[in-house]
Design a protein around this ligand. Structure first.
Ligand code: G3H
Ligand code: 13P
Ligand code: ZN
Length: 306
C-alpha cells in the first residue's frame, strides 16, 4: 500500500487534494469509507481531541483497523487539532499515521517551541506532523477563535524552517463550523499565493472547508432544526484550490454532521413509532457515502486516485 508521503506528492503533481474527514462513530466512519470506496479515493480519517474522548482510544484504533480491513483503501489516521504535546504523543504512541499540533492560538515563539517538540518526537516514530500558523474564525468544542488572523507569509517561512513540520495549515478566510461567512465566501487567494512563494516545498492544509450544502440545512430546518444563516465555502472554490494550489489536504467535519443530522431528523419525523435506530443510521450512512463520493469527485478532483 502506498504511504501518505506518496499521496501528498501525487496530489500536488496531479492537481487533486486528499479529503480529510472527521469521524466520531461507526456510522460516520462507514459512510466516509463507503464514499471513498465508490470514488476510489485515498482518504485521511481524522479524530479530534473531543472525538478521542468520546470514542475512547480502543474504539478509535479498532474502528480504524476495521475500516482498513473492510475497505482495503489507502486510509490514514490523523489527530485533528492536538492542542498539547501530550495528546500528540499519545496519538503517536497509539500508532496514528499523522498528528496535527495546533499551536495557532499561542504566541509565535511558543508555537514554534511546542511544534518542534512534537516534530522531534513524532519523526522518531515515522509519524507525519501538521502544524498551524494564523487563526481561523469560528467556534467548535475545542477549537475557537473570534476573528480571522490570516497567515503571514514571511512568518510562515520562518515557522517552517524553525520547526521542520511536514505540512502547514493556513488561515486564508475559511472558518470552522456551519456559519462561515456573513455575506459571500471570501478566500484570500493573494495571501495563499504569497505563502506558496515563501514556502514552495511545504504542502499546505485547508481547515474549515465545509460547503454547508443548503439542501441539508433546509431538511434540518424543515424537520425541527433551527440553523439560521448557515453558510459554507462553495465547492467551486475548493475545486479551484484542488487544481491550482499547494493545498494537498482539505478538512471536512461540519458537512458530515449536517448530512447525518438531516437524514436522521427527517427519518424520525416521518416515522414517529420507529425505535430501531439502525433504520435511521443505515440511511445516514448511505447519505454520507453519497456526499463523500461527490465531494471527492467534484470538489477534490480525487477519483480513481488509489
Ligand atoms: O476542526 C475541528 C473539528 O471540526 C473537530 O471538532 O472538537 O467538535 O470534535 P470537535
Ligand atoms: P469544517 O467545520 O468546515 O468542516 O472544518 C473542519 C476542520 O477543519 C477540521 O479540522
Ligand atoms: Zn480544523
Amino acid at each position: 500500500m502506498k504511504n501518505l508521503e506518496f499521496y501528498l506528492k501525487n496530489a500536488r503533481e496531479k492537481g487533486y487534494v486528499i479529503g480529510a474527514y472527521n469521524f466520531v462513530n461507526m456510522e460516520t466512519l462507514k459512510g466516509i469509507c463507503e464514499g471513498c470506496h465508490r470514488s476510489k479515493s485515498p482518504a485521511i480519517l481524522m479524530v479530534s481531541e473531543g472525538g478521542l474522548e468520546y470514542m475512547g482510544t480502543n474504539f478509535v484504533m479498532n474502528l480504524f483497523e476495521s475500516a482498513k480491513k473492510e475497505y482495503k483503501l489507502p486510509l490514514f489516521l490523523h489527530l485533528d487539532h492536538g492542542k498539547s504535546f501530550d495528546v500528540c504523543k499519545k496519538a503517536v504512541d497509539l500508532g496514528f499515521d499523522s498528528v496535527m499540533f495546533d499551536g495557532s492560538a499561542l504566541p509565535f515563539d511558543e508555537n514554534v517551541r511546542l511544534t518542534k517538540k512534537v516534530v522531534t518526537y513524532a519523526h522518531k516514530k515515522g509519524v507525519f506532523v501538521e502544524a498551524e500558523l494564523g487563526v481561523l474564525a469560528g467556534v467548535e468544542d475545542k477549537v475557537s477563535a473570534k476573528d480571522n488572523l490570516y497567515t503571514d507569509p514571511q512568518k510562515a517561512k520562518e515557522f517552517v524552517e524553525k520547526t521542520g513540520c511536514d505540512s502547514l495549515a493556513v488561515a486564508i478566510g475559511t472558518s470552522h463550523g456551519a456559519y462561515k461567512y456573513k455575506g459571500k465566501a471570501k478566500i484570500e487567494f493573494g495571501i495563499l499565493k504569497e505563502i506558496e512563494k515563501m514556502i514552495p516545498n511545504t504542502p499546505l492544509v485547508l481547515h474549515g472547508a465545509s460547503s454547508v450544502p443548503q439542501k441539508f440545512v433546509k431538511i434540518i430546518n424543515e424537520n425541527g432544526g433551527n440553523l439560521v444563516g448557515a453558510l459554507g465555502t462553495d465547492a467551486k472554490i475548493l475545486n479551484r484550490l484542488a487544481k491550482e494550489s499547494h493545498i494537498f489536504k482539505i478538512n471536512t467535519d461540519t458537512d458530515i454532521r449536517l448530512c447525518y443530522m438531516a437524514t436522521v431528523r427527517k427519518f424520525l419525523k416521518e416515522h414517529g413509532a420507529e425505535i430501531d435506530m439502525r433504520k435511521a443510521n443505515t440511511l445516514a450512512i448511505e447519505e454520507i457515502a453519497k456526499f463523500v463520493e461527490e465531494k471527492n469527485t467534484k470538489a477534490f478532483e480525487n477519483n480513481g486516485k488509489i
